[in-house]
Design a protein around this ligand. Structure first.
Ligand code: UDP
Length: 253
């Protein structure tokens, strides 16, 4: 019983270019334990693009290093760790969040949705309410706020004390926002969900399975959002950096 408990709560940690990645058999279970114990957590869903941003943005790097859970969201992260001998699988943040939302809906843990264009989160709530009639929504707000609206969001978060807070403001804004305002609801699980609200609302679509199975989700995103090309230049740079890193490690051995 105790060993089962420990297995559920202990995370193995690895590093990818100085960023931590936590390995666990069942991330959803790990988060449910946190929620049940009323212990707060910040979940970061790490991919190659975010890793490269963190190399240039020390504030982002610090937030990632301090997060309680950093899951391997991107194919680049997984391929690198596999090349180091770790048998791990991807944990797409959108799927992890969906699984936690489903459990939260059943247990009536209150959920707060923050981010996305106006109306997007409201559409997500409508869809989720049709799916799970008893889902408890603590509040919602779009992600295009000025200082006055931001203050209102903070008051909403503080007064409602939700158990689960999904923040979709894009990287790195959402990570920095969570770090700045976590104290408003310290026992909540906060997840940076990127553009997931757009997908849940149906305004964007996820890459077909073939793309993810072949580590090409980034190509589908580029097709859907061509303006990303500049950001995606960080991907070959990531490959170059991890290759150099592996060669350096091999030399040391
Ligand atoms: N967004 C927002 N406020 C902003 C800028 C962006 O709420 O000021 C939202 C945007 O509507 C989208 C998400 O943040 O839903 C960013 O999605 P993206 O897929 O670009 O996330 P990333 O790739 O950075 O994880």
């Amino acid at each position: 019983m105790i060993s089962q408990y420990l297995e559920n709560v202990i995370l193995r940690q690895f590093a990818v270019l100085g960023m931590p990645v936590h390995i666990h058999e069942n991330y959803t279970e790990w988060l449910v334990q946190k929620l049940q114990a009323n212990q707060g957590a910040h979940v970061v869903t790490l991919n190659a693009e975010m890793t490269m941003q963190a190399r240039k943005n020390s504030a982002l790097a610090k937030v990632i290093q301090q997060a309680e859970l950093v899951v391997p969201d991107g194919a680049g992260i997984v391929l690198y760790l596999r090349s180091q001998g770790e048998k791990i699988n991807r944990c797409p943040g959108i799927e992890l969040s969906e699984q936690v939302v489903e459990i939260a809906a059943k247990k009536q843990w209150r959920i707060f949705l923050l981010g996305g264009a106006p109306n997007v989160v409201d559409n997500v709530v409508d869809i989720w309410q049709q799916k799970w009639a008893d889902i408890a929504i603590a509040g919602t707000h779009h992600g295009y706020f000025d200082e006055v609206l931001e203050q209102q969001v903070c008051e909403q978060l503080h007064s409602s004390q939700p158990e689960l807070i999904l923040v979709g403001l894009g990287v790195p804004r959402q990570e920095l926002w969570i770090q700045k305002y976590r104290h408003l609801s310290p026992n909540a699980v906060w997840i940076g969900v990127g553009g997931s609200f757009d997908i849940w609302a149906g305004t964007k679509t996820r890459a077909p399975e073939w793309f993810s199975n072949n580590n090409l989700e980034w190509l589908y995103r580029l097709y859907q959002e061509p303006w990303r090309w500049k950001r995606m230049l960080s991907l070959p740079h990531f490959v170059w950096c991890v290759t150099k890193d592996s060669l350096f490690k091999a030399k040391k051995i």
